[in-house]
Design a protein around this ligand. Structure first.
Ligand SMILES: [Zn+2]
Length: 272
């Protein structure tokens, strides 16, 4: 895999796209060297981050990701009709995640591959992702996960690694469909009912236990027993991905059971 990293880095544009599901290369100048946590170069991507563009017009989003002024980019860009471009070689560090955290890592750009999915997002009324776009994105994700051996629990939303700051690709992204197609982790959330729940303002041992569970899954959350604005943002990010029927930042029993089931599934995946 080191050879793939170095050859891609040395030869960014002449060899064609890294994925057979990208039609062509449309280069962005916004990338750098992948770095290991100790600062040495050559980090291998082992995480996949999905985004929506959040702009009304796909072409304008693409131009922005390729504009040196923007200082942002992604490895791939998927249009509404499924047409897919590669902007940055997979061996290079694209600038898509920003200030982020997952499972103890804060340089998410160095360890991830980023895909921008053209969609106007919440500011544009969160329209459905067209079927052709979902099919193309799923093929691309499956290919990337296979070639880089990315485990299901490291296929994440931008909102998972930057809760409170980012909400893309949003609660309408079909994560269950992706998991059924072999990409990402999914457990079926139980129905939303009444009963004990935890919300902002509470504190104590049960809140601490809840925080520990979110931290174990990978979220960047303090385990201090205080249900503050930051924990509320983490709960909302979790719901956006795994319990999208209700995204309110309140840890109800359906949310907590889903979290527990996911942790069990993750432990199983890690032991397999
Ligand atoms: Zn994003």
């Amino acid at each position: 895999m080191d050879e793939i990293v170095s050859s891609a880095a040395a030869n960014p544009a002449s060899a064609g796209p890294d994925s057979r599901f990208a039609a062509k290369i449309f280069p962005s100048p916004n990338h750098g060297e992948r770095k290991n946590p100790d600062g040495t170069p050559g980090r291998r991507p082992d995480m996949l981050i999905l985004h929506y563009t959040g702009m009304p017009v796909a072409g304008e989003a693409l131009q922005w990701l390729c504009n040196p002024v923007s200082q942002v980019s992604s490895h791939y860009f998927v249009f509404e009709n499924g047409h897919t471009l590669q902007l940055v070689p997979e061996g290079r560090r694209a600038w898509h995640a920003g200030a982020s955290h997952w499972a103890g890592e804060t340089d998410i750009n160095s360890c991830s591959i980023g895909i921008e999915i053209a969609n106007p997002g919440h500011p544009g009324g969160l329209p459905d992702f067209p079927d052709a776009q979902i099919a193309a994105t799923l093929n691309l994700c499956r290919d990337i996960c296979e070639r880089w051996s990315i485990p299901p629990e490291r296929v994440l939303a931008h909102s998972d690694v930057a809760p409170g700051r980012k909400i893309d690709p949003g609660e309408k992204f079909p994560w269950r469909h992706f998991a059924e197609g072999g990409v990402g982790l999914w457990t079926e959330a139980p129905p939303i009912r009444g009963g004990r729940f935890f919300a902002r303002g509470e504190s104590g041992q049960p809140v601490e236990a809840l925080q520990a569970m979110f931290a174990m899954l990978g979220y960047g959350v303090a385990v201090d027993g205080v249900f503050d604005e930051k924990l509320e943002a983490v709960v909302a990010a979790f719901q956006r991905h795994w319990r999208p029927e209700k995204v309110d930042g309140v840890a109800d029993s359906s949310t907590i059971t889903t979290l527990r089931d996911l942790l069990a599934a993750t432990q199983g995946a890690r032991m397999a």
